[in-house]
Design a protein around this ligand. Structure first.
Ligand code: NAD
Length: 426
């Protein structure tokens, strides 16, 4: 009999984000009642595919990259989750990201399981043609486990609409038919959805507004700090500024900028679009990266990578509400420190669910080949996010748990109920 908690392909003493996910599952298990019978299945990804991605570089040489696609759970529907291109991507990281997708999709009630993909590559070191070859070869290698009713990739860190277009084309060419619904986050002209690009950032704002109402924090005049100014951080900044808040600090790979009177977000968005370092902006001080965490704010939005808020900096954070735009930005130890300090932490699996919500709309629109207006999309997005927040907030009060555990309670019950009703084959 074998029931090892850690699979042989991971290092038990170096689980990274997957270790955080396992701790979160352990924390929710006592609240699952009879469904706890199935809880172990959350700790075992359903399917993992590791692929070699060989490409010819522009200089004629051949190089190899490591690629992954993890389908964590498909009890409630096909796999759904982004693809990350990053030099430090690991299997344990992609497993955790896939697990969080399972929880997120169930928490907001979209009919998907959880999946995630990644290629261990630094896209900044590739030419556009090389990037296209990496994307196409990776898509082709994972092609037999993805599909509109199997597993639907989307953008994540360092992947965007253009890359989704190449993925859709590669899959379609291999299938011999145009299959727009195989990925979401596509360009509008290839079956993409209006509102998708800003959906995650918009969702962060909508959830932030709902959380602020519970804590009596006015948005007008609120001070916001954001780590990561990409797809998520940039769109969230715009929404907060539109609502009267000021973004006083931003950190990205190029450094950290600060202005207590508010940064010029439009200028930052232009720099981001041009691929220029944010530290080139005018009207702001460049400060030490580590000082970012000590700035006094009303909202702190980590929107970069995992494990940014740790035991080392959590105690210094002076904010009222943390909105996790990134996936897995907070370690379990840091989470406990923040909660003990009275900071409301709105977890990733709720706060950044706006992206997958509009991805769900995109997938539905592609199936019916009937496209909605942006207003309709935003209205539906806001409603789904607000309703999810309200029911998770009530669960938190009822069970006397953090919002993270409350989100896991709502989501894991849905996943495991589906697991239970489907039964175990054979
Ligand atoms: P992106 O590639 O568009 O932007 C990433 C940003 O993070 C960039 O500004 C980059 O400079 C910054 N960054 C990277 N490493 C950093 C570091 N070490 N310190 C400070 N800043 C750093 O990526 P994105 O799509 O905005 O994703 C950001 C996060 O949001 C990820 O955790 C992702 O999984 C999560 N997320 C994205 C979506 C989506 O729809 N794109 C949806 C849900 C969650």
């Amino acid at each position: 009999m074998s029931n090892h908690p850690i699979p042989s392909y991971l290092q038990a003493d170096n689980l990274g984000p997957w270790g955080v996910f396992l701790q979160q599952v352990d924390r929710v298990t006592p609240y699952l009642g009879e469904l706890a019978y199935w809880a172990e299945s959350l700790k075992r990804p359903k399917r993992i595919l590791i692929v070699d991605v060989p490409i010819k570089l522009d200089d004629g040489s051949v190089t190899h990259f490591e690629g992954y696609r993890v389908q964590h759970n498909t009890s409630r529907g096909p796999g759904k989750g982004g693809v990350r291109f990053h030099q430090d991507v690991t299997l344990a990281e992609v497993m955790a990201l896939a697990g969080w997708m399972t929880v997120k999709n169930a928490a907001i009630g979209v009919p998907f399981g959880g999946a995630k993909g990644g290629v261990r590559v630094d896209p900044r070191r590739l030419s556009l043609a090389e990037l296209e070859r990496v994307t196409r070869r990776y898509t082709s290698e994972i092609g037999f486990i993805i599909g509109p009713d199997k597993d639907i990739p989307a953008p994540d860190v360092n992947t965007n609409e253009r890359i989704m277009g190449w993925m859709m084309d590669t899959y379609s060419v291999n299938q011999g038919r145009t299959s727009t619904g195989v990925v979401t986050g596509k360009p509008i002209s290839l079956g993409g959805s209006l509102g998708r690009r800003d959906a995650t950032g918009r969702g962060v704002f909508v959830i932030g507004r709902a959380a602020a109402a519970k804590r009596n924090v006015p948005i007008d005049g609120a001070r916001v700090a954001i780590q990561g100014f990409g797809n998520v951080g940039g769109a969230a900044a715009e929404c907060f500024v539109e609502a009267g808040a000021k973004v006083i600090a931003v950190q990205d790979v190029s450094g950290t900028i600060y202005n207590p009177r508010g940064l010029d977000v439009q200028q930052l968005l232009s720099l981001q679009k041009a691929g220029a370092p944010l530290t080139h902006c005018t009207g702001a001080d460049v400060i030490a990266d580590d000082d970012f965490w000590g700035i006094e704010t009303d909202f702190l939005i980590p929107a970069a990578l995992e494990q940014q808020i740790t035991e080392a900096n959590a105690g210094r954070i002076r904010t009222r509400i943390i909105l996790e735009g990134a996936n897995g930005p907070t370690t379990t130890e840091a989470d406990d420190i923040l909660n003990a300090n009275g900071i409301l932490v709105v977890p990733d699996v709720l706060a950044n669910a706006g992206g997958v919500t509009v991805s769900y709309f995109e997938w539905v629109q592609d199936f019916s080949s009937y496209f909605w207006t942006e207003d309709e999309i935003n209205r539906r997005l806001d409603r789904i996010m607000e309703e999810a927040f309200a029911s998770i907030w009530d669960t938190g009060l009822r069970e006397k748990v953090t919002l993270r555990t409350a989100t896991f309670i709502v989501a894991c019950k849905r996943v495991l109920e589906a697991r239970h009703l489907r039964g175990l084959y054979p």
